[in-house]
Design a protein around this ligand. Sequence first.
Ligand SMILES: C[S@@+](CC[C@H](N)C(=O)[O-])C[C@H]1O[C@@H](n2cnc3c(N)ncnc32)[C@H](O)[C@@H]1O
Length: 330
Amino acid sequence: MAPEESAGTERLLRSFERRFLAARALRSFPWQSLEEKLRNSSDSELLLGILQKTLKHPLCVKHPPAVKYARCFLSELIKKHEGVHPEPLDELYEALAEVLTTPESTQGHRSYLLPSGDSVTLSESTAIVSHGTTGLVTWDAALYLAEWALESPAAFADRTVLELGSGAGLTGLAICKTCRPRAYIFSDCHSRVLEQLRGNVLLNGLSLEPDITANSESPRVTVAHLDWDVVTVPQLSAFHPDIVIAADVLYCPEIILSLVGVLRRLSACRRDQRAPDVYVAFTIRNPDTCRLFTTELGRAGIRWEAVPPHGRQLFPYEEHSEMAILQLML
Ligand SMILES: C[S@@+](CC[C@H](N)C(=O)[O-])C[C@H]1O[C@@H](n2cnc3c(N)ncnc32)[C@H](O)[C@@H]1O
């Protein structure tokens, strides 16, 4: 195979791997490039390679995605193969048979590969809204914020991080695994979200405080019940946060008012005269919602500036969705 062609195949395999492990929508996969490559080859090496990078990937074998997702993916792969080659490929049908005998569940895993070679795996709900909360799945702004954090480890190294509205926990787990914080406090207000969050912390090999067997190299990790509407200044101060982060917490006017309320109280949590640094990441779905946030920040006397977009997309989120991070000066 010519070097250029081989690099193209490598890129295609990587793209399938990253998207499948993160259980991204099937329409986002590079199916057209796959079809072109299948048309130009007579053997099954490429499809077997894709099988190895997806369903037979060690991360997927250990922590599989939702059964329905795996079934739809395999059906699509079989369709693409049979659109070009008349002979069925046994390995694809064997994999499908295995998936068809697995019972369905309302939870599935998503895994993300980190540049360090490590990975983050989350157990998540299969529905984007369930039990009355949006916090049981990972939102794209969490991935965007994690990417920025991985490029800015000094902002977290040896510091205490408080995350508001942690949801499934992706951002914090990526930070704990790569940026060496001293302590990391995941927080949320919803009991199901907190239960899933604790499970995801343990799934990733981190210990929850208090655990006397905890590895002293790892950050001290806590999962806290923290409701922005009721938490007080003394309760916030007790976390001793050096840095506060949040992703995708600006999706409706009520939540914006609650968030600005907690930020206002956080500005009273000073250590050595210094309030914590704050970074809020969000997807720009509706410019009016973003305007409401900056207007409310102005009313609370909180200055802000946009963080410049970071260089490299590491995670497979929607490339066309517009995302931003604001740094707030409390
Ligand atoms: C859209 S989810 C984002 C989850 C995660 N940060 C992400 O980006 O994947 C919003 C999160 O904010 C939490 N939340 C909403 N209102 C809250 C409040 N008043 N106090 C604390 N958490 C809240 C929800 O429970 C949910 O987990």
